[in-house]
Design a protein around this ligand. Structure first.
Ligand code: GLC
Length: 747
């Protein structure tokens, strides 16, 4: 009210007001100092030390990551920016306020990508956006779409895939869903942020071709297919320049080549030169420091930055504020429909779970008594750590999920395990001391307790089946260790002991993987009778897993990244900071000490990331890209491919040839003719998923993509080149299960 009345009063005296007078008029009325402040955030909640002048974010939306700078005399409100890709991140409890502000913990990005279902992801985005809108945030700092260059990247759980088309299409669907609520998104981290080790200063050395075809392509698709309100530039450097200070990236490519019209904000405390960021076209500096204000004012004073350059960024900040719910005076309810969103989480999560092995044991039949093993069965992991975490009200464990479904679960060990887990967590945290980042350090997995043979024999007699859960967690600031990639000794011993006892009693064993990133599977996958990759499914995880185990829904998720036999089989393993000793610097920067893969990482594998690498080098994998089992089977027939008017059209009839209903994700790859460029064996260009098909039911999928999408980036020409010749079109159920190959000719 105060703002509005002040605005009304002042507008009477001719001071232009945002939303009433044109942006040009408001811009003209701003003083240089106001402009320099306006492009800088107002500091980070709880960490506004050194923040810009008007206090911390908590004034606006407690727990939000950042806010913009208000200018009441011009009718410019502050707007709220809040994380994160698996659900809104704000403080759940407020001083002196009897209400709570818990948010829905939706499934992690990797799980959403594993659904291969763009419509579903859009509906999840819509539910997330409702929560953002009703809790009073204006821009949602998501989705995160960086490429899974290496399995040990700590933030892979937030990201979608090793393939840019999956990352782009899923990211675009997510953005459309969120923004359908009139709130903004911030597609991150633009770009080349593919490791956590020394992320705020690491220099990524990448060829122009690998940039364009792999690391930028997903962002290009999102920009062109969903028009995100904002983009978040990344922390790292690209070929020696901070991305947030790279005019080539933020202006020439993002705006010049792709036609992006929205705003770019930095990652939090990213880069080291506020004036260089403005000059590059990084419009907003978050969360905002006083140093950045001084840098901009000094650059204006010495002429290295012109006021016209500053105005370009100020204008985009004004455009962002103008379209915000805050500017529209939206009366948010603080009462989003959490129950409905929990249902969206439960349903969407089960579509992203991937059935890796099934020797006739799933869906469960004639099972009443279930024995559960593994610490994680009692304490399911909803999602990763860091800004991608969510302050949720609850997490449904496997134990809870099985009991909710009416199984008779031996929960006699529940208290014991909860105490064991809590004690080990407390010990791990104590060991971390009171480092400012202690809250972010991923807690090591609790040690597995191996029951005695007598106990196992008794359990195998009493129960119909055994379910073992293995968990992994990771997050922002840290990459995973190489040890984290493999089952540890305790996990292996548990798997062998339980399987020996239950198989001796003629009973089966199911392994559930509650993980956020790829682990080693080849050495042990033939021991249990089934393996369900549940990922980190959000707060309803235990229920979603049970829905799959009982066959309430057939699994239809497929891998959006390769599960290699060995960690070192990845091309990127030769240039990744595996087990690198590197301190965490935040918000200050690590000086360049010349340490390989810490201070500088050379992407020597170029475009050969993920399945592109394994295909090219004929390296066998444990589970291929695009792989996932179902409870039913599908036949692909009636293939038809055409190339006309610059479009490749592929149609395929999918028939459910099994005995239960299910959905099938179909992939379309191309194999380009040899030109003067070395090319991958095949590249994914499009994908689609059927509706739920009843046994015997068919659906014809019409999948299309632009012929130009088959181009390669030719560095000698500095542009895309579509070589003439015969292009193979491969329709597949996975990268290793190609059902049909047809040809189109590019003249
Ligand atoms: C963090 C993350 C980014 C997040 C931002 C605000 O450091 O890198 O993903 O949105 O800062 O919390």
């Amino acid at each position: 009210m105060l703002l509005a009345s002040a605005g009304l009063l002042l507008s009477a005296c001719g001071t232009p007001q945002l939303g009433k007078q044109s942006i040009d008029k408001v811009l003209k009325a701003m003083t240089l100092e106001e402009k320099a402040h306006f492009v800088i955030g107002t500091g980070m909640s709880g960490n506004s030390g050194g923040g810009a002048t008007v206090g911390a974010t908590d004034l606006l939306l407690p727990g939000a990551a950042g806010t913009t700078y208000p200018i009441p005399r011009l009718g410019i409100p502050a707007i709220a920016l809040a994380d994160g890709p698996a659900g809104l991140r704000i403080q759940p409890i407020r001083e002196g306020d009897p209400n709570t502000y818990y948010c829905t913990h939706f499934p992690i990005g990797t799980l959403l990508a594993s659904t291969w279902n763009q419509e579903l992801v859009e509906s999840v985005g819509k539910a997330m956006g409702e929560e953002v809108h009703e809790y009073g945030a204006d821009v949602y700092l998501a989705p995160a779409i960086n490429i899974h260059r290496h399995p040990l990247n700590g933030r892979n759980f937030e990201y979608y895939s090793e393939d840019p088309v999956v990352a782009g299409k899923i990211g675009a669907a997510y953005v459309r869903g969120v923004q359908s609520n009139d709130v903004g998104t911030s597609v991150k981290h633009f770009a080349f942020n593919n490791q956590e080790t020394n992320r705020t200063a690491n220099n990524a050395v990448i060829s122009p071709r690998a940039q364009r075809e792999i690391y930028l392509k997903g962002f290009e698709i999102v920009v062109k297919e969903s028009d995100p309100w904002t983009i978040m530039s990344s922390y790292n450097k690209i070929n020696g320049t901070y991305t947030s200070q790279s005019r080539e990236l933020l202006t020439d490519i993002l705006r010049g080549d792709w036609g992006y019209k929205g705003l770019v904000m930095t990652d939090w405390y990213g880069g080291d030169d506020g004036a260089a960021q403005i000059a590059a076209g990084n419009d907003m500096l978050q969360p905002g420091t006083d140093l950045q204000y001084e840098q901009i004012m000094a650059a204006i004073a010495d002429g290295s930055l012109t006021e016209a350059e500053l105005d370009v960024c100020v204008r985009r900040c004004l455009e962002l504020v103008l379209r915000s719910p805050k500017m529209k005076g939206y009366e948010f309810s603080n009462k989003p429909d959490l129950e409905a969103h929990a249902a969206v989480t439960r349903q969407s999560a089960l579509e992203g779970m991937v059935l890796l092995e099934n020797k006739g044991v799933l869906p469960l039949k004639n099972v009443k008594n279930v024995a559960i093993f593994g610490c994680t069965s009692y304490a399911f992991i909803a999602g990763g750590t860091g800004s991608g975490d969510v302050n949720r009200a609850y997490t449904v464990s496997l134990l809870d999920g099985l009991k909710n479904a009416g199984f008779n679960v031996d929960d006699s060990k529940k208290d014991f395990y909860e105490k064991h887990i809590a004690e080990e967590k407390a010990a791990a945290q104590a060991a971390l001391g009171n480092s400012s980042l202690a809250a972010f350090y991923p807690i090591p997995r609790p040690t597995e307790i191996i029951p005695s043979n007598a106990e196992l024999a008794a359990s195998a007699r009493k129960n119909d089946i055994a379910i073992i859960t293995f968990g992994r967690n990771s997050g922002e600031f840290f990459d995973r260790s190489s040890a984290d990639f493999s089952l540890n000794a305790g996990e292996k011993q548990l798997l062998n002991s339980v399987t020996r006892a239950f198989h001796a009693a003629g009973k089966k064993v199911v392994v559930v993987l509650n993980i956020g990133g790829v682990i080693e599977t080849a050495s042990w996958k033939n021991i249990p009778d089934a393996i369900l990759l549940a990922w980190q499914a959000g707060q309803e995880g235990g229920n979603s897993v049970t829905d799959i185990l009982t066959g309430k829904e057939s699994p239809s998720g497929k891998l959006s990244m390769t599960f290699p036999v060995n960690l070192m089989d990845h091309g990127s393993s030769a240039n990744f900071p595996i087990d690198a000793e590197a301190d965490v610097y935040f918000p200050d920067k690590r000086p360049d000490l010349g340490v390989k893969d810490v201070d500088e990482t050379k992407y020597e594998e170029g475009i050969y990331v993920g399945y592109r690498w394994f295909d090219k080098n004929n390296i066998p994998v444990s589970y291929p890209f695009g792989y996932g089992l179902s409870y039913t089977t599908f036949d692909y027939s009636d293939f038809a491919t055409s190339l006309a008017d610059g479009k490749v059209k592929v149609s395929v009839k999918v028939t459910n040839t099994g005995s239960v209903a299910g959905k099938e994700a179909v992939q379309v790859y191309i194999s380009a003719p040899a030109g003067n460029l070395d090319k991958p064996v095949k590249e994914l260009k499009a994908f689609a998923k059927t509706n739920k098909l009843a046994p015997g039911e068919s659906q014809t999928l019409d999948i299309s993509f632009a012929a130009a999408d088959m181009s390669s980036w030719d560095e000698s020409k500095g542009g895309w080149v579509l070589d003439p010749g015969i292009y193979k079109i491969l329709v597949g159920a996975s990268a290793a299960d190609i059902r049909a190959i047809t040809n189109v000719e590019v003249k």
